[in-house]
Design a protein around this ligand. Structure first.
Ligand SMILES: [Zn+2]
Length: 203
């Protein structure tokens, strides 16, 4: 956006600035969204504002797998039909959505909330690794599927986890290389993800 004079009001400017902070929203899109909301009904604007507040107030992380939930346990951890011998490790809660969409994985998950990245100062204590190791020591898990992203950070994290998990006598697999290097799971299509789950390999 141009610095200096802008023919908008403070409140519109503020809204544009807030939209501009969101991932994938550039200055033009931020303007478009702000002006869209100006034209929309009060009711619609209120619904949006309430949805944003509600997601912050009502949700928390599952006490077992760290997925997003509104109860102590998430829907997947609460589901008796899920296979408790398998845990798929992912970086972000939205990765679970992508994998669930394929409908072929029936095990549980563990969300790390990040990946090891020395360049960004993210170490092993900054993500949910300690919690994972504790979970695995329960003894009921026979396979861990490493579903971290296929970029540098995801690979580093997978290597680190493999080093810790394999001595526990648990089978460690990695999603197959149907996923191109650099892919973030949440953006992979169903077919690619299905192949990646089915073709997972010993790690
Ligand atoms: Zn859970």
């Amino acid at each position: 956006m141009n610095e200096g004079f802008t023919p908008t009001t403070d409140s519109v400017d503020k809204l544009i600035q807030e939209f501009n902070k969101l991932p994938g929203i550039g200055p033009k899109s931020a303007q478009r969204l702000a002006y869209y909301l100006l034209r929309t009904s009060d009711e619609q604007a209120k619904l949006l504002a309430e949805a944003i507040l509600s997601v912050k107030q009502k949700t928390r992380l599952c006490s077992v797998c760290f997925n997003v939930t509104e109860a102590d346990l998430c829907l997947i951890c609460r589901n008796d039909q899920r296979d408790r011998s398998q845990i798929c490790i992912v970086e972000q809660p939205q990765d679970i959505l992508a994998l669930e969409h394929t409908k072929i994985y029936k095990g549980l998950y563990h969300v790390l909330h990040g990946a090891i990245s020395p360049t960004e100062g993210v170490g092993t204590d900054d993500i949910k690794i300690k919690e994972l190791i504790e979970r695995l020591q329960g003894g009921s898990v026979t396979e861990v599927i490493l579903g971290t992203n296929t970029n540098l950070e995801g690979e580093q994290t997978a290597l680190y986890l493999h080093k810790f998990i394999s001595p526990l006598g648990i089978r460690v697999t990695r999603l197959a290389r149907g996923l191109p290097f650099g892919t973030e799971l949440e953006y992979a299509d169903d077919v690619t993800l299905t192949r990646a789950i089915e073709g997972r390999q010993e790690f």
